[in-house]
Design a protein around this ligand. Structure first.
Ligand code: FES
Length: 109
């Protein structure tokens, strides 16, 4: 399902924003102009990634500095924040809730 989550101007370059989508919170970041939408609560110990920062194109967790791809949610190993497809159309931002990648907890492998 396609859901509007805001206007393009709501998502600034390099700055995280937490967005509640179907009872789950996601961290949306814009990196080099491209939006990504990943699960907000860190697979390590649940810190909110939307309060993290961007370093070398990766989302850095504010607590212990693990790094994640801002579009896929993948970390340095097999763990992943999971993601939703996100796109812009005519100055508006949408997600596709049926286009996802799964969250993989640190302890799941
Ligand atoms: S809670 Fe994110 S790295 Fe520890």
């Amino acid at each position: 399902m396609k859901i509007k989550i805001g206007m393009s101007s709501d998502f600034e370059e390099g700055k995280g924003k937490g967005v509640l989508i179907e009872q789950r919170t996601y961290a949306v970041f814009r990196v080099n102009g491209e939006l990504g939408c990943i699960g907000n609560y860190c697979v390590h110990a649940d810190a909110p990634l939307c309060e993290g920062f961007i370093k070398n194109g990766k989302v850095v967790c504010p607590h212990h500095k693990w790094e994640f791809d801002h579009k896929t949610g993948k970390g340095f190993g097999r763990e992943s924040q999971g993601s939703l497809a996100i796109f812009e159309e005519s100055g508006e931002v949408f997600v596709e809730t049926d286009k996802t990648t799964p969250r993989v907890e640190y302890g799941d492998f």
